[in-house]
Design a protein around this ligand. Structure first.
Ligand code: DGJ
Length: 546
């Protein structure tokens, strides 16, 4: 362009432009090569989220609901840093994104993405669209002003409920338009792939009414069940002419799940068509041990009983995920199992951040989780005690420390952990009260994880509070990586007539993905097995037999 300014003919300018275009093309190619679009892949029945071409583990933290505004971000980044999190989950509000019909405001999303890059953090952006916790509270104001057009669902008494109707095509078309604009913008703005995954809606479904009882919805409810739904739910193709006949007491909740999933699936598919990032939907859960009747939990979302319906009605979603706000360890672990399926990678996008549940991050790792993300971890002072935090002796509860304990250990070796897990070489567990010992089997070796055995590990009684957690990964036939807290790990040959001997136990820490040797452990430090306390220590253990 400067050449043109000097009055030289168009030719050099064309050359310059061409060079510029070529340069741009080369840069773009390099970016695409270095930063392919993140995707979720499956191999040998295991899943990984691939980021920059390799398995990645989302060490996440979700910001409070109203922290996604530029003025709030200074309260977010310091928490993410203190947590050692590598991924921030933060909302994008439809009401902000589309302040006037068809006019999109990209400034907030650009600010978040730009600042995330400055803080070397990836993003999981949460599309607060038609549904947020079962309601339509994040619809733009101009939509809320027209409830006849963008209508709510109708309850049993014929009154509108505080929940959008999944049969409102006017709202659906607008959500599709806005979400597509958002995804298209990300595609152009984010060649670096700072955004690695997107949540479509938030806890979609309905609290209170189990389904939409409007005349139009009733007509569909009294009609045939789509064959794909029958098949997914294990019913014969000729099961029944109506939902009620096919599913009995579960008919209404299944119907609503199908309706909501179909709507969300269309929004997801439209966004994915313009920019194929991994997409997921999150569920407000039902009790996995004693599930109440439909109506006692949020209806329509991907609760464990209707995951199969979501899978067929919303195939553009890569994952359906549990938001786990449960204190009972049995229930917590059951939820992890229910969402770790052959057709669904385990991803926990929300959970309480309290000390009493932070060890379950290891349980999730043990089920090949691709990510884990406690909720409400920023410094915006929103109340958190109700979310399961353990109150500190004085002052507000410290929600940061329990998650930081996990992440500071795992973050520097995140890529290796993700790879080993994807390859099926890693096992991880968390302590359960009354279970002082767990054995992990690695073929010719068993790793016995014990809790509360003191220095000698001989009579493990469990820790006073169940805080233990461990991961063991097989690096080669006789070499293991061991990490965790508040536990002992003993290796035993599976062959009963053999004895284990340590060839060498290296203690170290990871720094930026590289194991930094500190010392060889021997003598008192290994004579009673391996002990992990409160330090973020990693052991590389070489074993032999005699
Ligand atoms: C689950 C929702 O998905 C979050 O947005 C938030 O509302 C939490 N519950 C807790 O407040």
């Amino acid at each position: 362009m400067t050449l043109v300014g000097f009055g030289i003919s168009g030719r050099p300018a064309t050359l310059v432009a061409l060079l510029a275009i070529c340069g741009f093309t080369v840069t773009l190619r390099a970016q695409v090569k270095e930063h392919p679009i993140p995707q979720i892949v499956r191999k040998d029945g295991r899943y990984a989220i691939m980021v920059d071409g390799a398995p990645y583990l989302i060490l996440g933290a979700q910001a409070h609901n109203s922290s996604g505004w530029p003025a709030m971000l200074p309260k977010v980044w310091p928490a993410i840093e203190a947590l050692h999190a590598n991924t921030l989950e933060i909302p994008i509000y439809w009401e902000q994104f589309e302040p006037k019909p068809g006019q999109f405001d990209y400034t907030v999303v650009d600010t978040i993405v730009t600042q995330a890059r400055e803080h070397h953090v990836r993003l999981d952006l949460l599309w607060f669209g038609t549904w947020k916790n079962g309601s339509q509270h994040y619809m733009p104001e101009w939509m809320k002003a027209e409830p006849e057009r963008y209508f709510h669902l109708t309850d049993k008494n014929g009154r509108p409920a505080d929940s959008p109707s999944p049969f409102c095509t006017a709202s659906q078309e607008l959500d599709i338009r806005a979400f597509t604009a958002f995804m298209r913008h990300l595609k152009g703005f984010d060649a670096q792939r700072t955004v690695i995954i997107v949540q479509v809606e938030n806890e979609p479904g309905t609290w209170g009414p189990v389904r939409d009882y409007s005349p139009a919805a009733q007509k569909l409810f009294d009609g045939p069940v789509p064959p794909a739904v029958l098949k997914a739910m294990g019913k014969p193709a000729d099961a029944a002419a109506t939902w009620q006949a096919a599913f009995g007491p579960e008919a209404e909740v299944n119907f609503h799940a199908w309706a909501v999933a179909t709507y969300v699936g269309k929004v997801a598919a439209a966004g994915k068509a313009v920019y194929p990032l991994p997409l997921y939907a999150n569920a407000a859960l039902r009790d996995p041990i004693k599930p109440g009747a439909p109506g006692s939990y949020e209806s329509g979302g991907p609760t464990d009983n209707v995951i199969a319906i979501w899978k067929v009605a919303a195939p553009a979603l890569d994952v359906v995920s549990p938001d786990i706000y449960m204190d009972d360890p049995v229930a917590y672990l059951r939820i992890l199992e229910l969402y770790h399926r052959d057709d669904n990678p385990l991803f926990v996008p929300e959970t309480s951040g309290g000390a009493h549940v932070s060890r379950f991050f290891f349980s999730a790792l043990g089920l090949q989780a691709i990510g884990f993300s406690p909720f409400g971890l920023d410094y915006s002072n929103a109340p958190s005690v109700s979310l399961g935090a353990t109150p500190a002796a004085s002052g507000p509860p410290d929600l940061i420390a329990p998650t930081a304990l996990n992440y500071r250990l795992i973050a520097p070796m995140m890529r290796e952990i993700a790879r080993l897990n994807f390859e099926g070489k890693l096992q991880a567990v968390a302590e359960e009260k009354g279970v002082p010992k767990t054995t992990l089997s690695f073929g010719k070796w068993n790793a016995v994880v014990s809790y509360g055995g003191g220095r000698t590990n001989r009579v493990p009684a469990g820790n006073a509070e169940p805080t233990g957690r461990a991961l063991v990964a097989q690096l080669s036939d006789d070499q293991f990586l061991v990490a965790g807290y508040f536990c002992g790990v003993e290796f035993q040959p599976a062959q009963a007539d053999k004895h284990r001997q340590f060839m060498r136990v290296d203690e170290g820490t990871y720094e930026n993905g590289v194991f930094k040797f500190i010392r060889i452990l021997n003598g008192d430090e290994t004579d009673w097995g391996l002990n992990l306390h409160a330090d973020p220590i990693v052991l590389r253990v070489s074993l032999g037999v005699y």
